[in-house]
Write a protein that binds this ligand. Structure first.
Ligand SMILES: Cc1ncc(COP(=O)(O)O)c(C=O)c1O
Length: 379
């Protein structure tokens, strides 16, 4: 099987990740709940992982890393915890439903939002973002990279714009974390939502939110934290305020193992590998007669996440043929990004998406290109 659905979750993880989970499981007591040695040891493993995450993303205080279930969970905490009636949010048409649906739910509670339309090129118009900021704007909520086209948004410029206007910058790094360097201080990011199970190579059920010092969030869940247990209300210390309930310790240590692996190969090497894959995918698909590729073709500003269609073949049929006839896993449909499909003119038919990872080879992409070519010839 050639796995080209890494934008959904990475299938292949470094061996060290599997090993770390297997080592953790038999010794996994409840961290921070009890005073016995195993509990303390487990809490130590979580703390070490928090520090590994913090160092990787330029986070000065590891206690500002809040572990959760996935990127959706992190985004919900940022949006529901950070916004209230009377606030306004600026966002974009290439957001995932993990941003759009919370914003639509919040709109029913009096939180207004403005959506910046990227158009078919998929590139964010900075002047339009600046023009959308109003006196009541509290936050800019933006994806670092589209999960449909892999097009990267200019975070440094967006961070500077947010500071200038005194608003919070929430970044959805679902696609980019582990693919390109992200330093929350250099980029002036206030809230960074990250899945553990994609390019950081952790297992599923992992993710975290970085909560910067300018962000003051209400907790969206209350419960046991292991700290201040006699108190009736949620403690306000970080990360406990936002981490109610028993943590996914095997998952958390798997994320740390994934980051350690990336540190070994070097994030710059991953970035260069991904850029080469993006170029190969974009150029290869564009050269096949009958194939339409979506978004601008600047591979230097794209991750290896590419959406396309074959003329005369529904996207679901293309993905099924790739799977059954060629043993290639790709994703069809709307990719939880309905507005992005509207921007790219594919709101009715959706598209096929192929997405690579550090473990994807040139030969994998070459095989996929040949398969698409053969399907396009028959369509
Ligand atoms: C851009 C983007 N945001 C958010 C998510 C949600 O991530 P998770 O599945 O970890 O909740 C995804 C998942 O594909 C995504 O691509």
């Amino acid at each position: 099987m050639i796995y080209l659905d890494n934008a959904a979750t990475t299938l292949q993880k470094p061996e060290a990740v599997y090993r770390r989970v297997a080592e953790c499981l038999p010794l996994c007591a409840n961290p921070g709940r009890s005073g016995h040695r195993l509990s303390v040891q487990t809490a130590r493993a979580v703390y070490d992982a928090r520090e590994t995450v913090a160092a990787f993303f330029g986070i000065a205080d590891a206690m500002r890393v809040v572990f959760g279930l996935n990127c959706t969970d992190a985004l919900n905490l940022a949006l529901h915890g950070g916004l209230q009636s009377g606030d306004h949010v600026v966002t974009t048409s290439v957001e995932h439903n993990s941003v759009l649906r919370p914003l639509n739910a919040l709109a029913l509670q009096g939180v207004a939002h403005t959506i910046i339309e990227t158009g078919p090129g998929g590139t964010l118009d900075m002047a339009a973002v600046a023009a959308a900021i109003r006196p009541d704007t509290k936050m800019l909520a933006v994806t670092h990279a589209s999960n449909l086209t892999g097009i990267l948004n200019p975070l440094a410029e967006l961070g500077a714009l947010c500071r200038k206007h005194g608003i919070l910058l929430l970044v959805d790094a679902a696609q980019s974390a582990g693919c390109v360097p992200i330093d929350v201080q250099a980029l002036q990011i206030d809230l960074l939502a990250v899945p553990g199970h994609k390019a950081l190579f952790g297992i599923q059920g992992t993710g975290f939110l970085y909560v910067g010092p300018r962000a003051h969030l209400r907790e969206v869940r209350q419960g046991g934290t292991g700290s201040q247990s006699s108190q009736p209300f949620q403690p306000d210390v970080l990360p406990d305020r936002y981490e109610s309930g028993t943590l996914n310790v095997p998952g958390i240590v798997s994320v740390a193992a994934g980051i350690e692996y990336i540190n070994t190969v070097g994030i710059e090497a991953v970035e260069a590998h991904d850029r080469a894959l993006a170029k190969q995918m974009l150029e290869g698909l564009a050269a096949i007669p009958g194939v339409t590729v979506y978004g601008n073709a600047d591979a230097a500003r794209r991750l290896p996440v590419v959406a396309f269609n074959i003329a005369g073949l529904p996207s679901a049929e293309t993905a099924t043929r790739l799977d059954i006839d060629y043993d290639i896993a790709a994703r069809s449909g709307f990719h939880c990004a309905p507005l992005a499909h509207r921007s790219f003119g594919t709101a009715n038919e959706g598209s096929v998406r192929i997405s690579g990872s550090w473990f994807t080879t040139r030969q994998d992409v070459e095989a996929a290109l040949r398969a698409v070519e053969a399907l396009a010839k028959k369509a």
